[in-house]
Design a protein around this ligand. Structure first.
Ligand code: NDP
Ligand code: KPL
Length: 296
């Protein structure tokens, strides 16, 4: 029996947990902030359900084989009480978050050799605790090596396509480049496609070019086609569409992962002497919009 704890059973954590729970050899425990009864996920392959154990008190958690952390990036510190109880001498900890700083964010909480950064491409929306819609095919990328290979094996029976990559850095930066344009609708509260113009294109292209330049300086290989696809996605976005979780979070009045998704481009740009004016302006404006976060 493989024991797996998921810290943060929201849109991503709940979807991943529901898929993993379909295998009887896996014993799942959900480490939740807000209580939930069970999981029901509408997936591209139909509805899947699961009734894993749910804990809301870290004191009740026990050591497991795998911990999967799927909180937002700004909630890292609050996972400490869970990690203190769940992580034993042989536990591996997978960080399933957006951004490129998975290991840096958790290195003070878990020994680095047991951390597995995970790039996930999986559009998911939570409508209520444990009620999730997986809106498309899921893809997971992890670094090659024993930890990565064993994490990939956990997903063998699921719809989520998991693979280990010798060049994980590039996978993470390609995803960041694809995601960085979503700061525009998070700011304007409207898909950019219906109001597309040469100036709008210059903004989205600038965001993506800056991200790719900083990623390349960090050592990632980012084909120019990723920048073009990011621009095309924004141009083709339709009225009323939600450009991913950062846009959805702003609409819901929730805190946003601005630093992990765009702030990081500015911060790392500075260390490489790369100017990132478009990301800097939009990060500043979004902070200045002063969204009254609803703390959850
Ligand atoms: N949603 C998507 O389509 C995608 C999201 N991602 C990334 O995945 C990560 C997770 O995002 P997402 O699932 O959307 O976010 P959600 O807000 O849906 O889920 C986060 C979950 O973490 C819980 N949580 C926060 N702190 C704690 C804690 N200390 N202990 C236990 N649970 C906690 C929240 O609790 P509560 O229920 O109280 O809110 C919530 O259930 C982010 O980095 C995001 O960028 C990546 C690809 C796609
Ligand atoms: C764009 C998407 C849905 C891709 O997985 C994403 O990463 C997000 O919304 O945070």
């Amino acid at each position: 029996m493989t024991t797996i704890a998921v810290i943060g059973p929201g849109a991503i954590g709940g979807t991943v947990a529901a898929w993993l729970a379909q295998k009887p050899d896996f014993s799942l425990v959900l480490c939740a902030r807000t209580p939930l009864d069970d999981l029901r996920v509408e997936t591209p392959e139909g509805v899947i359900t699961a009734q894993p154990e749910v804990l809301t008190d870290p004191a009740k958690a026990r050591v497991v084989d795998w911990v999967l952390v799927a909180t937002k990036t700004y909630d890292v510190e609050s996972t400490r009480p869970w990690l203190e109880r769940l992580v034993g001498a042989d536990t591996r900890v997978a960080i399933i978050q957006n951004g490129v700083e998975h290991v840096q964010l958790f290195a003070h909480l878990v020994p680095e050799e047991r951390l597995v950064p995970v790039m996930i491409n999986l559009p998911a929306v939570r409508s209520a605790p444990g009620r999730i819609e997986q809106r498309g095919h899921g893809i997971i990328a992890v670094p090659a090596g024993r930890n990565g290979d064993e994490l990939v094996a956990l997903f063998g029976h699921t719809e989520i396509e998991a693979a280990a990559h010798a060049d994980f850095l590039s996978q993470a930066w390609i995803k960041l480049t694809s995601n960085c344009g979503a700061i525009v609708p998070a700011l304007t509260l409207r898909a950019p496609g219906p109001v597309w113009s040469a100036d709008m294109e210059a903004i989205v292209r600038g965001l993506a070019e800056e991200c790719a330049a900083v990623g390349r300086a960090e050592g990632a290989e980012i084909p120019q086609s990723v920048v073009e696809a990011t621009v095309a996605n924004a141009r083709n976005s339709r009225e009323g569409s939600i450009a991913g979780s950062i846009h959805a979070d702003r609409l819901a009045g929730h805190q946003m992962e601005v630093d992990a998704r765009n702030g990081v481009i500015v911060r790392l740009g500075e260390t490489h002497g790369i100017a990132t004016p478009m990301n800097r302006v939009l990060v500043t404006l979004l902070a200045g919009a002063g969204s009254p976060w609803v703390s959850r």
